[in-house]
Design a protein around this ligand. Sequence first.
Ligand code: G3I
Length: 319
Amino acid sequence: RDSLRALGANIGLRIGTAVNTDQLGSNAAYADITAGQFSTVTPENVMKWQLVEPAQGTYDWAAADRLVAFAEANHQLVRGHTLVWHSQLPDWLTASAPSMSPDQLREILRKHVTDEVTHFKGKIWQWDVVNEAFNDDGTLRNSIWLQKLGPGYIADAFRWAHQADPQAKLFYNDYNIEYTGPKSNAVYALVKNLQAQGVPIDGVGFQTHLDTRYPLPDLRNNLQRFADLGLDVAETEVDVRTTLPVTATEQSAQVAAYSQTLQACMAVKQCISYTVWGFGDAYSWVPGVFQGEGAASIYDENLQPKPEYYALQQDLELA
Ligand code: G3I
C-alpha cells in the first residue's frame, strides 16, 4: 500500500510529522519512516529560541540546518516552529527580561524574529510565528511578552517575520482551539483584528493534542469558519493520548479521533497540511507530561504502524 505522503499528494494535501533530530541522526528506522511517509517536517524542538540562541548573541543553527537539509534531500517542506512563545526561552533571557525596559525587550524580540527568519529564508513553508498566546478562557496569556510589550507584540512579530521572508506563510498556532468556545473565539477575533490592520497573517494552526477522555472537537466547522476569513488552516501537532495500559475501547477511540481529524482537514479546501506530533510512542512528549497516559502516536514503541496509522492510510486512499 502507498505511503501517507504519496496518498496525500494525490489529493494535494501535505502529511507531516514533528521530528526529533536526535533520533533522525542516530536511528535508521526512524529516518526511513520520516522520509518515506511524510512530505513536511516540523522540528519538535531545535528551532525554539532556547536551542538556537543558548547564549546571548551566539547562535547555534546546526541541528535545525541538518533537518532542513534532510527535508531538501527528501523533497519535503518545512514548518518552522516556533518564533514567539512563552516556553523554552533561553535562560539568559528569562533571567534578564524582567528588569529590561519595554524598548529593550522589544528590540531583543525583533532581533530574534528577524535573525531566525533570515537564517532560514526561502527554506520554510509555514512559520508558527506566535505560539499559544491565549489562555483557555480566551484572555491573553500573561507571558513576559504581554506583560512588557502589551498585546501589540503579536502584530509586531508577524510584521517582522514578513519583512525577513516575504514568501513564508505566517501562522498563529495554538492548542484547545479545535473546539469552538472562548479560546477559539478569541483567536478568531484576533485574526480578524490583525487582518483589519493589514498585518501579514496567512494561516492558523490547530495543534490538535487530543485525549480519549474528552469528546471529539467539531473541527471541520471550526476550520471552515477560519478558512472563510481567507486564511489557510492546518492541523499542526496531532496526537491522541489515552490512559495506560490501552484497552480495546480506548484504542478504537484513538483510531476514530485520528480518522476524524484527518477527514475534517480533507473536507476543508484551505486545510493545507495535516501534521502528527511525532510518530513513535517511544519518543512522544506525552508520558513525560501526563502521568499514566501515552500511546498517543500512530506507530508503537518499536516503530511498527498501529491501527491509527492504517486508519489515516485508508482515509487518504478513499479520498
Ligand atoms: O535537551 C534537554 C536535555 O539536555 C536534558 O538533559 C533534558 C532533561 O530534562 O531535557 C532536554 O530538553 C527537553 C526537550 O524537550 C528536548 O527533549 C525538555 O526538558 C523538555 O521540556 C522538552 O519538551 C518539549 C516541550 O515541547 C517543551 O515545552 C517536547 O519535546 C515537545 O514535544 C513539546 O512540544 C510542544 C510544542 O512545541 C508546542 N505545542 C505543545 C507541544 C507539546 O507540549
